[in-house]
Write a protein that binds this ligand. Structure first.
Ligand code: NAD
Ligand code: WQD
Length: 339
């Protein structure tokens, strides 16, 4: 495959892993990132892994001139749009910052793409748009809702991109709804590097296993699930990355808006993940049962059959592999990219 792909947020967790597979598939990658939640070190390590250099542009998607500079200098074929803020709790405290960064940023990006007649975009949406689903597994046509500004920013952006397509059918839009991305590249040189105390389960477990946290709080053991703890669809970040490459391959051959779940289609509880991580790391991971976390739901996992049908994609790595790869990254880099 060939073509130039602009990867906004390409220095972040999912973006950096996706860059590897894009380059291996033959695409030229331009990373655009303001490093608000990442560092250039991730890209340096990706360059080592792929054995070639990557064009990196420091800029903000809200700044149209920053973006115009990229499109002036590069003939971009498609954009994978990862750039965004993603902490649910923070979004409740700072809604305007989230709406400005995520929504205004996407509007600016699409305007500049339009100016340069680049109308192919793959967008990072989230299973959070399903709110509290009435049943599982979750299909793409389930009703959507949001309980926090982060989730609403994803819902609004999906709608904005649909409206854009209605206004101009030459747009090609893929909305990828990720379930719970975890794990790391197999070498353990890149991975998830939370800036503060991790909000998400797997990085918190990883930091507990490596001795940076004393114990895991298990948020609730009285849900209606097989062991009472919350059930989620964990998906290996390299499988997720592969989904983006397949979306980019596909985008050339259609004009439409496609909404696609990227999940493994299996639900694991908090205690299932904890046990799998203990096996992978050979460490005992202390935990305490704590009250439920506000806004959490009992169970969430995908029906991933549409991704298989439309993209020929399915998740290949199981929960044990996710924990093994997460542990390799965490134990090699106890302080993340600062290590
Ligand atoms: P991340 O924070 O690691 O990566 C996002 C990147 O975007 C960072 O490098 C950050 O510096 C950059 N960025 C943020 N705002 C920017 C701006 N205004 N201009 C330029 N760059 C900017 O997050 P991630 O986990 O890799 O997530 C990538 C995308 O996937 C996000 O949009 C996120 O909402 C979405 N998503 C993530 C998850 C998850 O659990 N990780 C789940 C569903 C959806
Ligand atoms: C998983 C399970 C927790 C931490 C979030 C966002 C979602 C998406 C993915 C971006 C739940 C439990 C967690 C801990 C725990 N992100 N848990 N102790 O909540 O499914 O989804 O990340 O789009 O929008 O909401 O993921 O990893 O936070 O939680 O017991 O210290 O682990 O209660 O059952 P979640 P998570």
């Amino acid at each position: 495959m060939s073509g130039k792909i602009l990867v906004t947020g390409g220095a972040g967790y999912i973006g950096s892993h996706t860059c590897i597979l894009l380059i291996e598939a033959g695409y030229e990658v331009i990373v655009f990132d303001n490093f608000s939640n990442s560092s250039i070190e991730s890209i340096k390590r990706v360059e080592k892994i792929v054995g070639s250099s990557i064009v990196v542009i420091e800029g903000d998607i809200r700044n149209r001139d920053d973006l115009r500079g990229v499109f002036e200098n590069h003939k971009i074929d498609a954009v994978i749009h990862f750039a965004g803020l993603k902490a649910v709790g923070e979004s409740v405290e700072q809604p305007l910052r989230y709406y400005d960064n995520n929504i205004s940023g996407t509007v600016a990006l699409c305007e500049v793409m339009s100016e340069y007649s680049c109308k192919s975009i793959v967008f990072s949406s989230s299973a959070t748009v399903y709110g509290d689903p009435h049943t599982t597994p979750i299909k793409e046509d389930f009703s959507v809702s949001a309980t926090n500004p982060y989730g609403r920013s994803k819902l609004f952006i999906e709608e904005i991109l649909r409206d854009l397509y209605v206004s101009d059918n030459s747009w090609k839009v893929v909305l990828l709804r990720y379930f719970n991305p975890v794990g790391a590249y197999k070498s353990g040189d890149i991975g998830e590097d939370p800036k503060d105390i991790p909000n998400n389960l797997m990085p918190f477990i990883a930091q507990t296993a490596v001795g940076k946290r004393e114990f895991l709080n298990v948020f609730g053991d009285d849900y209606n699930t097989h062991d009472g703890t919350g059930v989620r669809d964990y998906i290996h970040v390299m499988d997720l990355a592969d989904g983006h490459v397949k979306a980019i391959n596909k985008i050339k051959s259609f004009n439409d808006v496609m909404t696609i779940n990227l999940g493994a289609g299996k639900g694991y509880s908090v205690l299932d993940v904890l046990k799998a991580y203990e096996m992978a790391s050979g460490k005992e991971i202390p935990y305490k049962i704590a009250p439920r976390r506000d806004g959490d739901i009992a169970s969430c996992y995908a029906d991933p059959s549409y991704a298989r049908e439309i993209l020929g994609w399915e998740a290949k790595r199981d929960i044990n592999q996710m924990c093994i790869d997460s542990w390799r990254w965490q134990s090699k880099n106890p302080d993340g990219y600062k290590s």
